[in-house]
Ligand binder design. Sequence first.
Ligand code: ATP
Ligand code: MG
Length: 443
Amino acid sequence: MSESMIEKAAAVKAKVEKLTGVKGMNDLLPPESANVEWLESRVRSLMARYAYRNIRTPIVERTPVFVRGLGEVTDIVEKEMYSFEDKLNGDSLTLRPEATAGVVRAVVEHSMLYDGGKRLYYVGPMFRHERPQRGRYRQFDQIGAEALGFSGPEVDAELILLAVALWKDVGLTDIRLELNSLGQPQERLSHRQALIAHFELHEDLLDEDAKRRLYTNPLRILDTKNPAMQGLVESAPRPLDYLGESSLAHFNSLKLILDANGVDYTVNPRLVRGMDYYNLTVFEFTTDRLGSQGTVCAGGRYDYLVEQLGGKPAPAVGWALGVDRVLELIREQGLAPTVSPLDAYAIVPDVAFLPQVLKVLQVLRTAGVNIQMHTSSVDGMGSMKSQFKKADSSGARYALVFGLDEVAVNQVTVKSLRDGIGQQVTHSLLDIAGWATTLQSTN
Ligand code: ATP
Ligand code: MG
Protein backbone atom coordinates (compact mmCIF):
# COMPACT_ATOMS: atom_id res chain seq x y z
CA MET A 1 0.00 0.00 0.00
CA SER A 2 1.26 3.51 -0.71
CA GLU A 3 1.69 5.88 2.20
CA SER A 4 -1.32 7.96 1.26
CA MET A 5 -3.50 4.84 1.08
CA ILE A 6 -2.39 3.82 4.57
CA GLU A 7 -3.19 7.30 5.84
CA LYS A 8 -6.61 7.17 4.25
CA ALA A 9 -7.32 3.74 5.72
CA ALA A 10 -6.33 4.98 9.18
CA ALA A 11 -8.59 8.03 8.82
CA VAL A 12 -11.54 5.84 7.81
CA LYS A 13 -10.89 3.51 10.72
CA ALA A 14 -10.91 6.41 13.17
CA LYS A 15 -14.21 7.74 11.80
CA VAL A 16 -16.25 4.57 11.51
CA GLU A 17 -17.83 3.87 14.83
CA LYS A 18 -19.92 0.79 15.36
CA LEU A 19 -23.63 1.23 14.86
CA THR A 20 -25.99 -0.35 17.33
CA GLY A 21 -29.68 -1.22 17.18
CA VAL A 22 -32.43 0.93 18.69
CA LYS A 23 -33.00 0.50 22.41
CA GLY A 24 -35.79 -1.96 23.13
CA MET A 25 -35.71 -3.32 19.56
CA ASN A 26 -33.84 -6.60 19.60
CA ASP A 27 -32.12 -8.79 17.07
CA LEU A 28 -33.21 -12.40 17.08
CA LEU A 29 -30.25 -14.49 16.00
CA PRO A 30 -29.77 -18.13 15.07
CA PRO A 31 -29.99 -20.65 16.64
CA GLU A 32 -32.54 -18.86 18.87
CA SER A 33 -34.53 -17.72 15.82
CA ALA A 34 -35.35 -21.38 15.09
CA ASN A 35 -37.58 -21.35 18.18
CA VAL A 36 -39.77 -18.59 16.81
CA GLU A 37 -39.99 -20.33 13.44
CA TRP A 38 -41.03 -23.49 15.24
CA LEU A 39 -43.67 -21.66 17.30
CA GLU A 40 -45.03 -19.94 14.21
CA SER A 41 -45.28 -23.21 12.31
CA ARG A 42 -47.22 -24.77 15.21
CA VAL A 43 -49.51 -21.72 15.23
CA ARG A 44 -50.13 -21.82 11.48
CA SER A 45 -51.08 -25.47 11.60
CA LEU A 46 -53.38 -24.91 14.58
CA MET A 47 -55.06 -21.87 13.00
CA ALA A 48 -55.86 -23.96 9.94
CA ARG A 49 -57.55 -26.57 12.13
CA TYR A 50 -59.79 -23.87 13.64
CA ALA A 51 -60.48 -22.36 10.19
CA TYR A 52 -58.66 -19.08 10.89
CA ARG A 53 -56.99 -17.57 7.82
CA ASN A 54 -53.97 -15.33 7.61
CA ILE A 55 -54.34 -11.57 7.14
CA ARG A 56 -51.38 -9.25 6.56
CA THR A 57 -51.98 -5.58 7.07
CA PRO A 58 -49.31 -2.86 6.82
CA ILE A 59 -47.08 -2.00 9.76
CA VAL A 60 -47.95 1.68 9.29
CA GLU A 61 -51.50 3.01 9.56
CA ARG A 62 -52.95 6.50 9.65
CA THR A 63 -52.80 7.69 13.26
CA PRO A 64 -56.62 8.12 13.64
CA VAL A 65 -57.03 4.34 13.15
CA PHE A 66 -55.46 3.92 16.60
CA VAL A 67 -56.68 7.10 18.27
CA ARG A 68 -60.29 6.34 17.31
CA GLY A 69 -59.89 2.59 17.67
CA LEU A 70 -58.07 2.26 20.97
CA GLY A 71 -59.40 5.41 22.64
CA GLU A 72 -57.71 8.72 23.33
CA VAL A 73 -57.20 8.16 27.04
CA THR A 74 -55.26 4.91 26.92
CA ASP A 75 -51.60 4.28 27.78
CA ILE A 76 -50.89 3.33 24.20
CA VAL A 77 -52.38 6.41 22.55
CA GLU A 78 -51.28 8.84 25.27
CA LYS A 79 -47.64 7.88 25.45
CA GLU A 80 -46.59 4.74 23.62
CA MET A 81 -47.12 5.36 19.90
CA TYR A 82 -44.38 5.97 17.36
CA SER A 83 -46.08 8.60 15.25
CA PHE A 84 -44.51 10.68 12.51
CA GLU A 85 -45.50 13.02 9.75
CA ASP A 86 -45.60 11.80 6.18
CA LYS A 87 -43.32 14.41 4.61
CA LEU A 88 -45.17 14.28 1.30
CA ASN A 89 -48.62 15.32 2.47
CA GLY A 90 -48.37 16.04 6.17
CA ASP A 91 -50.53 13.04 7.19
CA SER A 92 -49.88 11.69 10.65
CA LEU A 93 -48.84 8.05 10.45
CA THR A 94 -48.12 5.56 13.25
CA LEU A 95 -46.19 2.30 13.56
CA ARG A 96 -48.88 -0.11 14.69
CA PRO A 97 -48.85 -0.61 18.49
CA GLU A 98 -51.28 -3.51 18.08
CA ALA A 99 -53.01 -5.10 15.10
CA THR A 100 -56.73 -5.27 15.90
CA ALA A 101 -57.50 -1.70 14.80
CA GLY A 102 -55.62 -2.20 11.51
CA VAL A 103 -57.35 -5.51 10.86
CA VAL A 104 -60.75 -3.88 11.43
CA ARG A 105 -59.75 -1.00 9.17
CA ALA A 106 -58.89 -3.53 6.44
CA VAL A 107 -62.06 -5.57 7.01
CA VAL A 108 -64.16 -2.41 6.62
CA GLU A 109 -62.17 -1.06 3.68
CA HIS A 110 -62.55 -4.30 1.72
CA SER A 111 -66.15 -5.03 2.84
CA MET A 112 -64.94 -8.42 3.99
CA LEU A 113 -68.08 -9.12 6.02
CA TYR A 114 -70.52 -8.78 3.12
CA ASP A 115 -70.97 -12.57 2.87
CA GLY A 116 -70.76 -13.46 6.54
CA GLY A 117 -68.29 -13.61 9.39
CA LYS A 118 -64.54 -13.98 8.98
CA ARG A 119 -61.99 -15.77 11.13
CA LEU A 120 -58.55 -14.22 10.76
CA TYR A 121 -55.09 -14.46 12.30
CA TYR A 122 -51.90 -12.44 12.00
CA VAL A 123 -48.28 -12.70 13.00
CA GLY A 124 -45.96 -9.72 13.11
CA PRO A 125 -44.13 -6.91 14.87
CA MET A 126 -45.79 -4.19 16.99
CA PHE A 127 -44.20 -0.99 18.27
CA ARG A 128 -44.71 0.75 21.60
CA HIS A 129 -42.57 3.37 23.24
CA GLU A 130 -42.38 1.71 26.66
CA ARG A 131 -39.57 1.43 29.18
CA PRO A 132 -37.64 -1.62 27.98
CA GLN A 133 -37.33 -4.43 30.53
CA ARG A 134 -37.63 -8.20 30.65
CA GLY A 135 -40.71 -9.16 28.62
CA ARG A 136 -41.36 -5.56 27.57
CA TYR A 137 -39.80 -4.22 24.40
CA ARG A 138 -40.30 -1.37 21.94
CA GLN A 139 -40.56 -3.73 19.01
CA PHE A 140 -42.17 -7.06 19.86
CA ASP A 141 -44.03 -9.73 17.93
CA GLN A 142 -47.63 -10.63 18.43
CA ILE A 143 -49.71 -13.48 17.10
CA GLY A 144 -53.38 -12.64 17.09
CA ALA A 145 -56.70 -14.25 16.22
CA GLU A 146 -59.82 -12.25 15.39
CA ALA A 147 -63.34 -13.51 14.65
CA LEU A 148 -65.46 -10.77 13.06
CA GLY A 149 -69.18 -10.88 12.41
CA PHE A 150 -70.04 -13.42 15.13
CA SER A 151 -72.00 -12.48 18.24
CA GLY A 152 -72.43 -15.80 20.05
CA PRO A 153 -70.46 -16.82 23.15
CA GLU A 154 -69.41 -20.02 21.36
CA VAL A 155 -66.98 -17.92 19.34
CA ASP A 156 -65.48 -16.38 22.51
CA ALA A 157 -65.14 -19.99 23.68
CA GLU A 158 -63.64 -21.17 20.38
CA LEU A 159 -60.93 -18.52 20.64
CA ILE A 160 -60.14 -19.43 24.23
CA LEU A 161 -60.03 -23.13 23.32
CA LEU A 162 -57.71 -22.28 20.44
CA ALA A 163 -55.28 -20.60 22.83
CA VAL A 164 -55.56 -23.50 25.29
CA ALA A 165 -54.82 -25.91 22.43
CA LEU A 166 -51.75 -23.88 21.53
CA TRP A 167 -50.33 -24.11 25.09
CA LYS A 168 -50.89 -27.84 24.96
CA ASP A 169 -49.45 -28.21 21.46
CA VAL A 170 -46.15 -26.53 22.35
CA GLY A 171 -46.03 -28.12 25.80
CA LEU A 172 -46.57 -25.05 27.96
CA THR A 173 -47.96 -25.62 31.43
CA ASP A 174 -48.68 -23.29 34.36
CA ILE A 175 -50.78 -20.88 32.34
CA ARG A 176 -53.89 -19.56 34.07
CA LEU A 177 -56.98 -18.11 32.50
CA GLU A 178 -58.80 -15.13 34.03
CA LEU A 179 -62.18 -13.99 32.76
CA ASN A 180 -64.45 -11.04 33.26
CA SER A 181 -67.36 -9.33 31.56
CA LEU A 182 -67.50 -5.56 31.12
CA GLY A 183 -71.08 -5.51 29.84
CA GLN A 184 -72.69 -3.53 27.05
CA PRO A 185 -72.38 0.25 26.63
CA GLN A 186 -75.48 1.11 28.71
CA GLU A 187 -74.31 -1.15 31.54
CA ARG A 188 -70.80 0.18 31.27
CA LEU A 189 -72.23 3.70 31.60
CA SER A 190 -74.08 2.88 34.85
CA HIS A 191 -70.98 1.18 36.19
CA ARG A 192 -68.88 4.13 35.15
CA GLN A 193 -71.10 6.56 37.07
CA ALA A 194 -70.91 4.38 40.17
CA LEU A 195 -67.16 4.14 39.74
CA ILE A 196 -66.72 7.90 39.48
CA ALA A 197 -68.89 8.40 42.57
CA HIS A 198 -66.80 5.86 44.47
CA PHE A 199 -63.50 7.47 43.53
CA GLU A 200 -64.84 10.99 44.18
CA LEU A 201 -65.62 9.92 47.74
CA HIS A 202 -61.95 9.03 48.21
CA GLU A 203 -60.34 11.63 46.00
CA ASP A 204 -57.52 12.21 48.49
CA LEU A 205 -56.37 8.61 47.92
CA LEU A 206 -56.11 8.90 44.12
CA ASP A 207 -52.67 9.16 42.52
CA GLU A 208 -51.94 11.58 39.68
CA ASP A 209 -52.78 9.07 36.96
CA ALA A 210 -56.09 8.22 38.57
CA LYS A 211 -57.04 11.88 39.08
CA ARG A 212 -56.38 12.56 35.43
CA ARG A 213 -58.50 9.58 34.40
CA LEU A 214 -61.33 10.08 36.87
CA TYR A 215 -63.66 11.66 34.31
CA THR A 216 -62.08 10.49 31.07
CA ASN A 217 -61.43 6.78 31.64
CA PRO A 218 -62.26 5.72 35.21
CA LEU A 219 -62.37 2.03 34.25
CA ARG A 220 -58.64 2.13 33.65
CA ILE A 221 -58.10 3.10 37.28
CA LEU A 222 -59.09 -0.48 38.16
CA ASP A 223 -55.99 -1.60 36.28
CA THR A 224 -53.58 0.46 38.39
CA LYS A 225 -50.35 -1.19 39.49
CA ASN A 226 -49.97 1.33 42.36
CA PRO A 227 -49.99 -0.67 45.64
CA ALA A 228 -51.24 2.39 47.57
CA MET A 229 -54.49 2.30 45.61
CA GLN A 230 -55.21 -1.41 45.84
CA GLY A 231 -57.63 -1.05 48.76
CA LEU A 232 -59.61 1.60 46.95
CA VAL A 233 -59.75 -0.54 43.83
CA GLU A 234 -60.78 -3.62 45.82
CA SER A 235 -63.80 -1.81 47.23
CA ALA A 236 -64.80 -0.20 43.91
CA PRO A 237 -68.03 -1.19 42.13
CA ARG A 238 -67.48 -4.17 39.82
CA PRO A 239 -68.62 -4.28 36.19
CA LEU A 240 -70.16 -7.74 36.81
CA ASP A 241 -72.68 -6.22 39.22
CA TYR A 242 -74.05 -3.99 36.45
CA LEU A 243 -74.68 -6.66 33.83
CA GLY A 244 -78.21 -6.97 32.47
CA GLU A 245 -79.93 -10.22 31.62
CA SER A 246 -78.54 -10.76 28.16
CA SER A 247 -74.97 -9.83 29.12
CA LEU A 248 -75.16 -12.25 32.03
CA ALA A 249 -76.53 -14.93 29.73
CA HIS A 250 -73.59 -14.40 27.34
CA PHE A 251 -71.10 -14.69 30.18
CA ASN A 252 -72.79 -17.77 31.64
CA SER A 253 -72.93 -19.55 28.28
CA LEU A 254 -69.24 -18.92 27.78
CA LYS A 255 -68.46 -20.36 31.22
CA LEU A 256 -70.69 -23.35 30.52
CA ILE A 257 -68.79 -24.20 27.34
CA LEU A 258 -65.44 -23.81 29.09
CA ASP A 259 -66.66 -26.02 31.94
CA ALA A 260 -67.84 -28.67 29.50
CA ASN A 261 -64.37 -28.63 27.94
CA GLY A 262 -62.54 -28.92 31.23
CA VAL A 263 -60.92 -25.49 30.86
CA ASP A 264 -59.86 -24.09 34.23
CA TYR A 265 -60.44 -20.38 34.77
CA THR A 266 -61.07 -17.89 37.49
CA VAL A 267 -63.47 -14.99 37.21
CA ASN A 268 -61.50 -11.86 38.08
CA PRO A 269 -64.05 -9.06 38.59
CA ARG A 270 -61.24 -6.43 38.47
CA LEU A 271 -59.93 -7.53 35.10
CA VAL A 272 -60.05 -4.68 32.59
CA ARG A 273 -58.05 -4.26 29.41
CA GLY A 274 -55.83 -1.48 28.14
CA MET A 275 -57.90 -0.55 25.11
CA ASP A 276 -61.31 1.10 25.19
CA TYR A 277 -62.80 -1.06 22.47
CA TYR A 278 -63.69 -4.03 24.67
CA ASN A 279 -67.22 -4.94 25.83
CA LEU A 280 -68.72 -8.09 27.40
CA THR A 281 -66.03 -10.80 27.60
CA VAL A 282 -62.44 -9.92 28.48
CA PHE A 283 -59.76 -12.46 29.37
CA GLU A 284 -56.07 -12.91 30.05
CA PHE A 285 -53.74 -15.89 30.14
CA THR A 286 -51.00 -15.36 32.71
CA THR A 287 -48.05 -17.25 34.17
CA ASP A 288 -45.92 -16.86 37.30
CA ARG A 289 -42.81 -17.94 35.44
CA LEU A 290 -42.04 -14.58 33.85
CA GLY A 291 -41.79 -12.25 36.82
CA SER A 292 -43.90 -9.15 36.62
CA GLN A 293 -44.63 -9.33 32.85
CA GLY A 294 -46.72 -12.45 33.27
CA THR A 295 -49.53 -11.86 30.76
CA VAL A 296 -48.84 -14.00 27.71
CA CYS A 297 -52.12 -13.60 25.85
CA ALA A 298 -55.09 -11.27 26.23
CA GLY A 299 -58.29 -10.40 24.47
CA GLY A 300 -62.02 -10.07 24.49
CA ARG A 301 -65.08 -8.84 22.61
CA TYR A 302 -65.07 -5.58 20.70
CA ASP A 303 -68.56 -5.43 19.23
CA TYR A 304 -68.48 -1.69 18.50
CA LEU A 305 -65.06 -1.24 16.89
CA VAL A 306 -66.20 -2.03 13.35
CA GLU A 307 -68.77 0.78 13.37
CA GLN A 308 -66.39 3.08 15.21
CA LEU A 309 -64.01 2.72 12.28
CA GLY A 310 -66.77 3.45 9.78
CA GLY A 311 -68.12 0.00 8.96
CA LYS A 312 -71.63 -1.43 9.16
CA PRO A 313 -72.10 -2.55 12.77
CA ALA A 314 -70.66 -6.04 13.30
CA PRO A 315 -69.72 -7.90 16.48
CA ALA A 316 -66.18 -9.21 16.94
CA VAL A 317 -63.91 -10.98 19.39
CA GLY A 318 -60.20 -11.74 19.44
CA TRP A 319 -56.95 -12.11 21.32
CA ALA A 320 -53.29 -11.24 20.94
CA LEU A 321 -50.37 -13.23 22.24
CA GLY A 322 -46.94 -11.84 23.14
CA VAL A 323 -44.50 -13.97 21.13
CA ASP A 324 -41.46 -12.79 23.10
CA ARG A 325 -42.99 -13.87 26.39
CA VAL A 326 -44.12 -17.24 25.03
CA LEU A 327 -40.64 -17.75 23.54
CA GLU A 328 -39.08 -17.08 26.89
CA LEU A 329 -41.23 -19.85 28.38
CA ILE A 330 -40.33 -22.17 25.52
CA ARG A 331 -36.62 -21.43 25.98
CA GLU A 332 -36.76 -21.77 29.75
CA GLN A 333 -38.53 -25.12 29.56
CA GLY A 334 -36.50 -26.39 26.58
CA LEU A 335 -39.64 -27.14 24.59
CA ALA A 336 -38.52 -26.44 21.02
CA PRO A 337 -36.73 -29.26 19.16
CA THR A 338 -32.97 -28.73 19.21
CA VAL A 339 -31.84 -31.11 16.47
CA SER A 340 -29.64 -29.57 13.84
CA PRO A 341 -31.55 -29.03 10.63
CA LEU A 342 -28.52 -30.11 8.58
CA ASP A 343 -28.51 -33.50 6.87
CA ALA A 344 -25.13 -33.20 5.23
CA TYR A 345 -21.92 -31.21 4.94
CA ALA A 346 -20.17 -31.21 1.57
CA ILE A 347 -16.41 -31.70 1.69
CA VAL A 348 -14.62 -30.57 -1.47
CA PRO A 349 -10.85 -31.07 -1.66
CA ASP A 350 -10.29 -29.12 -4.85
CA VAL A 351 -11.79 -25.88 -6.16
CA ALA A 352 -11.74 -27.42 -9.63
CA PHE A 353 -14.60 -29.72 -8.52
CA LEU A 354 -16.88 -26.89 -7.48
CA PRO A 355 -18.91 -26.62 -10.70
CA GLN A 356 -19.76 -30.32 -10.60
CA VAL A 357 -20.25 -30.38 -6.82
CA LEU A 358 -22.71 -27.49 -6.90
CA LYS A 359 -24.65 -29.29 -9.60
CA VAL A 360 -24.91 -32.42 -7.43
CA LEU A 361 -25.89 -30.38 -4.37
CA GLN A 362 -28.58 -28.65 -6.40
CA VAL A 363 -30.09 -32.06 -7.24
CA LEU A 364 -29.95 -33.13 -3.59
CA ARG A 365 -31.40 -29.88 -2.29
CA THR A 366 -34.22 -30.09 -4.81
CA ALA A 367 -34.90 -33.55 -3.41
CA GLY A 368 -35.24 -32.04 0.08
CA VAL A 369 -31.80 -32.62 1.62
CA ASN A 370 -30.40 -29.83 3.86
CA ILE A 371 -26.75 -29.36 2.97
CA GLN A 372 -24.05 -26.95 3.98
CA MET A 373 -21.20 -26.64 1.49
CA HIS A 374 -17.59 -26.08 2.44
CA THR A 375 -16.36 -22.85 0.88
CA SER A 376 -13.01 -21.70 -0.42
CA SER A 377 -10.63 -19.06 0.85
CA VAL A 378 -7.78 -17.38 -1.05
CA ASP A 379 -5.69 -20.46 -0.25
CA GLY A 380 -8.16 -22.88 -1.81
CA MET A 381 -10.48 -25.30 -0.02
CA GLY A 382 -8.30 -26.05 3.03
CA SER A 383 -7.08 -29.43 4.33
CA MET A 384 -9.39 -32.44 4.55
CA LYS A 385 -8.79 -32.43 8.30
CA SER A 386 -10.03 -28.87 8.73
CA GLN A 387 -13.01 -29.59 6.47
CA PHE A 388 -13.98 -32.62 8.56
CA LYS A 389 -13.70 -30.51 11.69
CA LYS A 390 -16.15 -28.01 10.22
CA ALA A 391 -18.43 -30.85 9.16
CA ASP A 392 -18.44 -32.20 12.71
CA SER A 393 -19.23 -28.89 14.35
CA SER A 394 -21.99 -28.14 11.81
CA GLY A 395 -24.12 -30.84 13.46
CA ALA A 396 -24.78 -32.53 10.10
CA ARG A 397 -25.54 -36.26 10.10
CA TYR A 398 -23.36 -37.04 7.08
CA ALA A 399 -20.27 -35.77 5.30
CA LEU A 400 -20.43 -35.91 1.53
CA VAL A 401 -16.84 -36.34 0.45
CA PHE A 402 -16.18 -35.30 -3.14
CA GLY A 403 -12.67 -36.81 -3.18
CA LEU A 404 -10.40 -36.87 -6.19
CA ASP A 405 -10.73 -40.61 -6.82
CA GLU A 406 -14.48 -40.61 -6.31
CA VAL A 407 -15.25 -37.67 -8.56
CA ALA A 408 -13.05 -39.16 -11.30
CA VAL A 409 -15.46 -42.12 -11.48
CA ASN A 410 -18.62 -40.10 -10.85
CA GLN A 411 -19.02 -41.07 -7.24
CA VAL A 412 -19.26 -39.49 -3.81
CA THR A 413 -18.46 -40.98 -0.40
CA VAL A 414 -21.11 -40.60 2.27
CA LYS A 415 -19.63 -40.79 5.76
CA SER A 416 -21.70 -40.94 8.95
CA LEU A 417 -20.83 -38.24 11.44
CA ARG A 418 -23.23 -39.27 14.17
CA ASP A 419 -25.12 -42.59 14.31
CA GLY A 420 -22.69 -45.33 13.30
CA ILE A 421 -19.94 -42.76 13.26
CA GLY A 422 -17.21 -43.36 10.66
CA GLN A 423 -19.28 -45.75 8.54
CA GLN A 424 -19.07 -44.93 4.88
CA VAL A 425 -20.58 -45.94 1.57
CA THR A 426 -20.00 -44.79 -1.97
CA HIS A 427 -22.79 -43.56 -4.17
CA SER A 428 -23.01 -42.96 -7.86
CA LEU A 429 -23.47 -39.29 -8.72
CA LEU A 430 -25.72 -40.37 -11.56
CA ASP A 431 -28.24 -41.70 -9.05
CA ILE A 432 -27.65 -39.34 -6.19
CA ALA A 433 -31.37 -38.60 -5.86
CA GLY A 434 -31.72 -42.26 -4.84
CA TRP A 435 -29.59 -41.51 -1.78
CA ALA A 436 -31.83 -38.55 -0.98
CA THR A 437 -34.82 -40.88 -0.95
CA THR A 438 -33.23 -43.33 1.50
CA LEU A 439 -32.23 -40.36 3.66
CA GLN A 440 -35.77 -38.97 3.77
CA SER A 441 -37.10 -42.35 4.86
CA THR A 442 -34.69 -42.44 7.83
CA ASN A 443 -35.55 -38.89 8.90
P1 ATP B 1 -49.35 -5.17 29.65
O1 ATP B 1 -50.41 -5.07 30.67
O2 ATP B 1 -48.31 -6.25 29.92
O3 ATP B 1 -48.75 -3.87 29.25
P2 ATP B 1 -51.11 -4.92 27.43
O4 ATP B 1 -52.43 -4.88 28.07
O5 ATP B 1 -50.48 -3.65 26.99
O6 ATP B 1 -50.08 -5.72 28.34
P3 ATP B 1 -51.96 -6.09 24.95
O7 ATP B 1 -51.91 -4.80 24.26
O8 ATP B 1 -53.26 -6.72 25.24
O9 ATP B 1 -51.10 -6.01 26.28
O10 ATP B 1 -51.04 -7.13 24.16
C1 ATP B 1 -51.22 -8.54 24.22
C2 ATP B 1 -49.95 -9.22 24.64
O11 ATP B 1 -48.83 -8.72 23.95
C3 ATP B 1 -49.58 -8.99 26.11
O12 ATP B 1 -50.27 -9.85 26.91
C4 ATP B 1 -48.10 -9.28 26.11
O13 ATP B 1 -47.87 -10.67 26.15
C5 ATP B 1 -47.66 -8.75 24.77
N1 ATP B 1 -47.08 -7.41 24.91
C6 ATP B 1 -47.70 -6.23 25.08
N2 ATP B 1 -46.83 -5.23 25.16
C7 ATP B 1 -45.59 -5.78 25.01
C8 ATP B 1 -44.26 -5.27 24.97
N3 ATP B 1 -44.00 -3.97 25.08
N4 ATP B 1 -43.23 -6.15 24.81
C9 ATP B 1 -43.47 -7.47 24.68
N5 ATP B 1 -44.69 -8.02 24.70
C10 ATP B 1 -45.74 -7.19 24.85
MG1 MG C 1 -49.13 -2.27 27.94
